[in-house]
Design a protein around this ligand. Structure first.
Ligand SMILES: NC(=O)c1ccc[n+]([C@@H]2O[C@H](COP(=O)([O-])OP(=O)(O)OC[C@H]3O[C@@H](n4cnc5c(N)ncnc54)[C@H](O)[C@@H]3O)[C@@H](O)[C@H]2O)c1
Length: 349
């Protein structure tokens, strides 16, 4: 983790005083990006129950005034007006509701929760307290995927007919993680349900999902590791999502949108586009292996847009409703897989 420091501590002219809840893998990325890339804000407090010496000293090096194990300090602090929630998924709803009741703007990592009832409670608290709320579906801010969406919105592709999303991890997670992940459709495909909805600019009406265990026999009966889902959108367009927990060649992330006037394809993002031709072969750069390497730009951009919306009052680019509908598709896909049939969204929502 690189350094980069906050230039000053709390100052009355700082418009946004931020508290970060949870400082694991993604929390550190957001802290770093906030410090390095977002002017006019200050992180006052970071809370994480697992504060070791190295985390403490890194946070201190960034001039963060309060480093605590107790997230409630952030909720109770009237000076903090923005909360960034990066703790484990099972805590997102609790902290979102508490932050909303304390009238703080909220950036919540995906997913809001895996339970629909709980998500509805969060959305109700956000509405009742009239606070800004954004969910961290960072891939919408990826330069390639955003370029496709911009082309569609401009009308360059005509009416969207087919959306294809390929998302394959380089290697499977440990068994212990799979046991508590909530399943591939919730913890991995959730980004792809969101991408599929984002690129089509429409809601899914029906899902038919197939899935199997093809790489990790030890997870049989617990989860699947390879899946395909066919989507039907309300406007008649169709979608195809394919996922695998293992792609031996790297982190395979591609999107295609096909419409009546054309097609836009985002291939994998490689460090350079150079191809080297020799007598025997043609080679080019390998695709990235690690999600942070692939998506760092999108994490920076989503934070910029979050604070831009806070400053301007514009609608958040990923709403609580988006966060809820992505989970609804995951629930329908899970039902489809179990019952071996297409499932209408109206059956689960
Ligand atoms: N948008 C993305 O691409 C992306 C990527 C990774 C993770 N995530 C999401 O971010 C969340 C965190 O994932 P991670 O990979 O950073 O996990 P992690 O385990 O590395 O970090 C989670 C941190 O939260 C802390 N924590 C747990 N309970 C807490 C509490 N009550 N209060 C404060 N902190 C608490 C843990 O101690 C840990 O340090 C998950 O919900 C995950 O789905 C999103």
């Amino acid at each position: 983790m690189s350094k980069g420091t906050q230039t000053k501590l709390i100052n009355p002219s700082d418009k946004f005083v931020v508290g970060v809840i949870g400082c694991g893998r993604i929390g550190k990325i957001h802290v770093q990006n906030l410090v390095q890339s977002i002017p006019g804000i200050v992180i006052k407090t970071v809370a994480d129950p697992k504060l070791d010496d190295s985390l403490r000293s890194w946070l201190k090096s960034l001039n963060i005034a309060n480093i605590t194990t107790d997230a409630q300090q952030i909720i109770n602090d009237p000076e903090i007006n923005v909360v960034i929630i990066c703790s484990s998924t099972d805590t997102h709803a609790k902290y979102s509701i508490a932050a909303a009741k304390s009238k703080k703007a909220i950036f919540c990592e995906k997913p809001i929760d895996s339970d629909l009832g709980r998500i509805k409670e969060v959305l109700a608290a956000v509405k009742e307290n009239n606070v800004k709320f954004m969910v961290g579906f960072n891939r919408r801010f990826d330069h390639n995927f955003k370029r496709i969406r911009d082309a569609t919105v401009k009308g360059d592709l005509g009416k969207v007919q087919i959306v294809k999303v390929t998302s394959r991890d380089p290697s499977p997670p440990p068994l212990e993680y799979v046991k508590v992940s909530g399943g591939l459709f919730f913890d991995m495909s959730i980004h792809d349900w969101d991408m599929a909805r984002f690129q089509a600019g429409d809601e899914v009406e029906e899902v038919y999902a197939l899935g199997d265990v093809q790489i990790s026999p030890e997870i049989k009966g617990i989860d699947i590791d390879t899946a395909v889902a066919v989507l039907k959108y309300k406007n008649g367009a169709m979608g195809l999502v394919d996922n695998c927990r293992q792609a031996v060649y790297g982190y395979d992330q591609r999107v295609e949108v096909f419409g009546t006037k054309g097609c836009a394809i985002a291939e994998n993002d490689v460090p350079t586009t150079v191809k080297i031709y020799t007598k025997d072969t043609t080679i080019q750069d390998k695709i990235p292996y690690f999600f942070l390497e692939r998506y760092m730009g999108s994490y920076q951009e989503e934070m910029k847009q979050f604070f831009d919306c806070l400053k301007t009052g514009k609608e958040m680019p990923v709403t609580g409703q988006d966060g809820m509908m992505d989970i609804v598709v995951a629930i329908a896909a899970t039902k489809s897989l179990k019952e071996h049939r297409p499932v209408k969204i109206s059956e689960v929502f």
